[in-house]
Every structure is written in structure tokens, then in C-alpha cells.
Design a protein around this ligand. Structure first.
Ligand code: NAD
Ligand code: DAU
Length: 339
């Protein structure tokens, strides 16, 4: 089996590449990644010299490059992680989100039509469902929840989902979509809440909490997400959407305090800053379908996962210090200095 993993030099794609290369020595795993600010070849270093792995630098919105890769490699499966993924950046500059997340997805789908494919899998997000109220803890996102987006990022991901479903119906492409809640774990880019907090606390820098810190996210350890996608591409039914989440809801303040306390630092580091415009209140996934149909359940609780994640950031300082000492400094200044 030959699998193209797009966005494999990013956080979740990178973890998925490691997972698949190690689990399936007989498969060929090809990572296609444009190496944007969020892509990092160092993330692929553990697999770079493995015989069943190949890295190709390229843009999913570049039709010629994508067709040429399909022509030479004739892949069986595509797993599309490649995306602009940060909500705050989408609020600053939506356009690149449309190019990569919508046009990029359409180019991949066209390549699948042209060259034939056994499965196209779209890695989507629970953000396409919008948000849930804080005071209705009985409500969860199911696969039937209507799409109702809040940010340019989530609107671009929802648009991509609609295209994937349209290609499934109109051209009979064998497509699946997964919508996962917030991931955390190794190789997470430090602009996102959990790695940003770990890095700032380790450097005795203040920790910016948006609004009152009462927004709720449903955290999933990244390896559990990888295992779910592995199951979907092998056993999932074409045309279906699968929600992925593990009932690990926490307020942002709970997450921040857990990290500060685990690192033995003072909660005085917490600084409340101006809220994110359009900030979604609560995400919470109902994972019943994937559990009943594919037997998937998360293996890692939030308490275990956050300990493993903090340990990884302590053991791999070089990986994230290289990032925060470079171009990222300018981003941090721009986003947080006057907030
Ligand atoms: P990330 O930002 O860490 O990585 C994205 C990767 O895509 C990078 O390696 C980047 O170089 C690459 N990329 C960007 N534009 C590209 C292009 N035009 N062509 C080729 N490669 C390109 O993102 P992530 O957090 O790992 O998220 C991966 C996917 O999972 C995204 O589609 C995201 O919407 C989805 N998702 C993320 C989460 C989460 O909590 N992080 C949860 C649910 C779903
Ligand atoms: O739910 C899945 C989504 O999770 C993915 O689709 C996105 O790609 C991914 O980035 C993530 O989106 P969020 O917006 O939930 O993640 P982020 O880490 O940016 O923020 C998590 C919460 O923490 C959110 O409520 C905003 C808040 N926050 C974030 C940052 C960066 C802060 O309070 N302070 C911060 O500095």
C-alpha cells in the first residue's frame, strides 16, 4: 500500500507519519509538505532514513506538482493534513487559509479523480460545528450537527469538507472525513495554547489567557487521533464522516494551571489578555459512531497525556527553542505585545 500524507511535517501529520512508518514496514509512506512556517523537517528526522518513507517538498495547491507526484507514485490512499491551522492567524489574514485549505483540497481531489484512488481521507476539525454553550453540558457534537462556522479558519475547513462530500457524491470518489477535537502532544507548534504555555512557563514568561479563560476545549492526545485515522482509512466506510474525541473537556484556565503546577511555577504568571474575536465557547465531541462502528477508543487520559507532553518538551528543548528563537519571535511580538 502506498499512502501520500500531506502536511506530514506539521504537528499531527508528523505524528501520523511516525505512527504509520513504524506500524507498517511494508507500506510506502510519502510525505508531501510545503514546509510553511508550521512545517519542520526536524519533526521527520526519526523516520527520514527509513526505507518505507519518502519526503517530497511541494504545495498541495500546485496542480502541476501534485499531478506529477500522482503520475510517478500512483498512490492508493491520500490522507490530507496539509492546512493553515491557527485560528488567530486566520483572523489576521484569511486569504492563505482559502488557498491552502480550500483550493489545495480541490487540487488533491481532482488528482484523485484523474489518477484513481482507493481512498481519499480529509482530516477535518470539530470547529466546523461552531460552538456549544457553556451551560449546556448535556450537548455534544455528533456527525449530524449542522455546520456553523465562526472563524475564517473553520469556514475554510468546512468549505473543504463540502467539496470532499460533493466529489464523493458526484464523481463517486471513495472519500472519508474525520472531525477531531483539540490535539496535544509532541511536535506541537508553540503558537498553540498547550506548547505556548509550556514554553513560556519554562522561560518564566507571562502566560496569556484570552478573556476569562473559561472557554472549554476537548483535548485528545495526538497518538489517539493517529490510531483513529489508521482505522478509518482501513475499515471506515466511503462517504462517511467520523467524529473523534475522548471526553477530556477542560477550561483553558484549568489547562494552564495544570501545566504551571506540574512545572512547579507560580500561577502569578497568568495574564488575562484581550479575547479572541468570535471566540468559540465550548467544543465537545460525541465519539459514539467511531466507537460502535470501528471499535476506536482513546488510550490516553488528559492527566497521563499532559505529563507525557510536558516531559517531551523538557527532553526536546532544541526542537522548540529553534522555533521560538527564529521568525516566530516577530509573530509573538505582533500578536501579544499590545494585547
Ligand atoms: P500544523 O499547522 O502543525 O501543520 C500543517 C502542515 O501543513 C505543516 O507541515 C505545513 O508546512 C503544511 N502545509 C501548509 N500549507 C501547505 C500547502 N499549501 N501544501 C503542502 N503542505 C502545506 O497543523 P496541525 O495542527 O498538525 O493540523 C493538521 C490538520 O489537522 C489540519 O488540517 C487541521 O485543520 C486538522 N486538525 C487539527 C487539530 C489540532 O488540534 N491541531 C484538531 C483537529 C483537526
Ligand atoms: O478543535 C480543533 C482545533 O483546535 C483545530 O482545528 C485547530 O487547528 C487548532 O489550532 C485548535 O484550535 P483552538 O483555537 O481551539 O486552539 P488554540 O491552541 O489556538 O487555543 C486553545 C484555546 O486557548 C482557545 O480557547 C484560545 C485559548 N488561547 C490560545 C492561545 C494561543 C489562550 O487563551 N491564549 C493563547 O495564547
Amino acid at each position: 500500500m502506498k499512502i501520500i500524507v500531506t502536511g506530514g511535517a506539521g504537528f499531527i501529520g508528523g505524528n501520523f507519519v511516525h505512527y504509520m512508518v513504524n506500524k507498517y514496514p511494508d507500506y510506502k509512506i510519502i510525505c508531501l509538505d510545503a514546509l510553511t512556517y508550521a512545517g519542520n523537517v526536524e519533526t521527520l528526522e526519526p523516520v527520514m532514513n527509513k526505507e518505507n518513507f519518502m519526503f517530497v517538498k511541494g504545495d498541495i495547491a500546485d496542480r502541476k506538482a501534485v499531478y506529477s507526484l500522482f503520475e510517478t507514485e500512483k498512490p492508493d490512499v491520500i490522507v490530507n493534513f496539509a492546512a493553515e491551522s491557527h485560528v488567530d492567524r486566520s483572523i489576521e489574514n484569511p486569504e492563505i487559509f482559502l488557498r491552502t485549505n480550500v483550493i489545495g483540497t480541490s487540487v488533491l481531489l481532482d488528482a484523485c479523480r484523474k489518477y484513481g484512488i482507493k481512498r481519499y481521507h480529509q482530516v477535518s476539525t470539530d470547529e466546523v460545528y461552531g460552538d456549544l454553550p457553556l451551560d449546556r453540558t448535556d450537548l455534544f457534537f455528533t456527525e449530524e450537527t449542522p455546520i456553523h462556522t465562526s472563524s475564517p479558519y473553520s469556514a475554510s475547513k468546512a468549505s473543504a469538507d463540502l467539496l470532499v462530500q460533493a466529489y464523493g457524491r458526484t464523481y463517486k470518489l471513495p472519500v472519508t472525513i474525520s472531525r477531531c477535537s483539540n490535539n496535544y502532544g509532541p511536535y506541537h507548534f508553540p503558537e498553540k495554547l498547550i506548547p505556548l504555555v509550556i514554553a513560556n512557563v519554562l522561560n518564566d514568561k507571562t502566560v496569556p489567557v484570552y478573556g476569562k479563560g473559561e472557554n472549554v476545549r476537548d483535548w485528545l492526545y495526538v497518538e489517539d487521533h493517529c490510531a483513529a485515522i489508521d482505522l478509518i482509512i482501513h475499515n471506515g466506510k466511503a462517504g462517511e464522516v467520523y467524529n473523534i474525541g475522548g471526553h477530556n473537556e477542560r477550561t483553558n484556565l484549568q489547562v494552564v494551571k495544570t501545566i504551571i503546577n506540574a512545572l512547579g511555577k507560580s500561577e502569578d504568571l497568568i495574564t488575562y489578555v484581550t479575547d479572541r474575536p468570535g471566540h468559540d465557547m465550548r467544543y465537545a465531541i460525541d465519539p459514539t459512531k467511531i466507537k460502535n462502528e470501528l471499535g476506536w477508543e482513546p488510550a490516553t487520559t488528559f492527566d497521563e497525556g499532559i505529563k507525557k507532553t510536558i516531559k517531551w518538551y523538557l527532553d526536546n528543548k532544541k526542537w522548540w527553542e529553534n522555533i521560538i528563537s527564529g521568525e516566530y519571535q516577530k509573530y509573538y511580538e505582533k500578536m501579544y505585545s499590545k494585547r
